[in-house]
Design a binder for this molecule. Sequence first.
Ligand SMILES: Cc1cc2nc3c(=O)[nH]c(=O)nc-3n(C[C@H](O)[C@H](O)[C@H](O)COP(=O)(O)OP(=O)(O)OC[C@H]3O[C@@H](n4cnc5c(N)ncnc54)[C@H](O)[C@@H]3O)c2cc1C
Length: 136
Amino acid sequence: MKPTKTVVILGAGTAGTIMANQLCQVQDEHVDLIVIVIEQSAIHHYQPGYLFIPFGVYTPEEMQKPVEDFIPQEAILMAEAIERIDPDANAVLLSSGKQVFYDVLIIATGNHIAPEETEGMMGSLMAQGHFRFLYP
Ligand SMILES: Cc1cc2nc3c(=O)[nH]c(=O)nc-3n(C[C@H](O)[C@H](O)[C@H](O)COP(=O)(O)OP(=O)(O)OC[C@H]3O[C@@H](n4cnc5c(N)ncnc54)[C@H](O)[C@@H]3O)c2cc1C
């Protein structure tokens, strides 16, 4: 009997979704994979498509689909918010209080815009609303 390894993917944006789909296709003669995806949002945003919304090519609704539509049936999708990672215990702690243990962890929780960390970015032009970020 083959040993089992658990891969936990944090986030089901573009990166997490691609990893889940790739890993669920892996047929390894030495190990069985359990793939768990943890995502707090029920909606997947196709961000590149947002560029086309102002020009009427797509509507916002067309760029937003249910996360579950893109996660393979072989994977376990957990609709939960991630609180923190406990690397010493190989565990992810969720806001609900649950713990999910992993053998391999893939962090795909996206980015966070932090203009205040770049000198000058929060100057007068920014304050007057002359710059906009496309990232959520
Ligand atoms: C307008 C625009 C145009 C773009 N055009 C292109 C392009 O032409 N080509 C290109 O290659 N890229 C493009 N990009 C960039 C590309 O869309 C992003 O790089 C990509 O979507 C990032 O994917 P990701 O999976 O890393 O993050 P995201 O898609 O942001 O996914 C992160 C996921 O993690 C989840 N998450 C975060 N924190 C938690 C938590 N605590 N608990 C549970 N879940 C959590 C979020 O809900 C989210 O679903 C564009 C982006 C924008 C905004």
